[in-house]
Design a protein. Structure first.
Length: 191
């Protein structure tokens, strides 16, 4: 009987890493790293001239796909194993890295109408441009004496999804709900 294997893929800040592990004993058999072509987008969106405001940290979802295309096969080759023996794949992202998508999972930044809209890109864990939103959430939670706030050390961070989602809603609501915003716009412009 052949060994059962799993592949672990860690999507990090500057690269993605893949590792092949034997299920029976956890032995690492091979690994590979693929650096993201776009790294962390902090100055300008790809193919765009306008500068991003301070504290933005975005990523391009296509870079993650490149990891699957390159690091995974390279790790399997380094392990010298048959891909048919892989019984599972595990992925890892920082929990506060988020990407707006269509219902079918297409990242919005890959759609032509959103390609030059910063809020349509992956917001990396270290995106701190939502600090004002985090401050408002914290102030409201403290004012309302929310029981959950102490569980988080008395405040939530601008790195967390709540602040990032509120920033997106306030600064570019069409990215949050493209169909609803387009239909409202279309309705409001009819004469």
């Amino acid at each position: 009987m052949t060994d059962q294997l799993v592949i672990g893929i860690d999507f990090g800040t500057l690269s993605g890493r893949a590792v092949v592990v034997r299920v029976a004993d956890g032995a690492e058999l091979g690994s590979a790293v693929h650096p993201y072509r776009h790294a962390v987008v902090t100055d300008r969106l790809p193919g765009s001239d306008p500068r991003l405001p301070p504290d933005w940290a975005l990523q391009v979802p296509g870079d993650y796909v490149d990891v699957l295309r390159t690091a995974v096969p390279a790790a399997v080759a380094a392990a010298g194993v048959d891909p048919a023996d892989v019984i599972g794949i595990a992925t890892d992202f920082t929990a506060c890295t988020m990407v707006p998508t269509t219902a079918d999972g297409t990242p919005l930044c890959e759609l032509p109408q959103f390609a030059h809209r910063p809020h349509a890109y992956v917001k990396l864990w270290k995106h701190h441009a939502a600090q004002a939103q985090a401050d408002r959430i914290n102030a409201m939670a403290a004012e309302r004496n929310e029981k959950w706030l102490p569980r988080y050390g008395g405040s939530i961070s601008s790195e967390w999804e709540f602040a990032k989602a509120l920033q997106l809603l306030e600064e570019d609501p069409e990215v949050l709900c493209p169909r609803a915003s387009r239909s409202r716009w279309a309705t409001s412009t009819r004469t």
